[in-house]
Write a protein that binds this ligand. Structure first.
Ligand code: ADP
Length: 191
């Protein structure tokens, strides 16, 4: 079953001589249960493609289908982190865990498991505006994985993470994928 279908999608930023063609006739599909990476150098359009899939950015041509639907209501079963981790700067880490848990009916035991996974247990009372890049990345990754969405979209999820943490995140993503979440992620590193 196709979870995501991108058909002949094009996207241009701006107009006239300074226009930038970020996406040029892109087509691909992702099937249920796949764990797909989009690899390309910086500026090749990875974030733009993800923003277009999520509806954060309009496309100029083509169609994007999620769960066999052109309707953006399908996005309620999709979790994402694109470009900069989308966090509330004046809320602390624990506020984020509680908010996402309440919105998704996640019980305290499950929430605590992901607090443990985040490695941020001692720093949960700190506002996220004082977090390092790696801390922000681990918070957002924990929050999106905790939701166990049908489709997870991650833009450069390993930015700012040390080798050991990267390995822990990969294991957790593989685990989530085995439980049925389809994953689309991007990287500028082929390794
Ligand atoms: P990647 O994620 O692969 O680094 P991006 O999708 O961020 O690539 O960028 C693709 C191209 O679109 C680049 O040339 C970038 O400069 C341009 N671009 C991205 N966002 C904007 C924007 N908001 N306005 C104008 N150009 C943009």
């Amino acid at each position: 079953m196709e979870i995501l279908k991108v058909e002949h999608v094009s996207k241009v930023y701006g107009e006239g001589p300074t226009a930038v063609k970020a996406l040029d006739d892109i087509s691909f599909s992702v099937n249920k249960g796949e764990f797909v990476a989009i690899i390309g150098p910086s500026g090749s359009g990875k974030s733009t493609l993800m923003k277009c899939i999520m509806g954060f950015s309009n496309i100029d041509n083509g169609e994007i289908w999620i769960f066999d639907s052109l309707n953006k209501n399908a996005l309620k079963d999709v979790a994402c982190s694109i470009e900069y981790p989308p966090l509330y700067p004046d809320l602390n880490g624990l506020d984020h865990f509680k908010l996402i848990s309440q919105l998704n009916n996640i019980n305290e035991q499950q929430m605590n498991n992901y607090i443990e996974f985040s490695g941020l247990k001692e720093r949960l009372k700190k506002k996220t505006k004082y977090y390092s890049v790696g801390m922000k990345q681990m918070l957002i990754l924990s929050l999106v994985i905790m939701q166990k969405p049908r489709l997870l979209i991650l833009d450069e999820p390993f930015n700012g993470l040390d080798l050991q943490t990267k390995k822990r995140v990969i294991d957790e993503l593989e685990n989530l994928n085995k439980q049925g979440t389809t994953i689309l992620w991007s990287s500028h590193e082929i390794n």
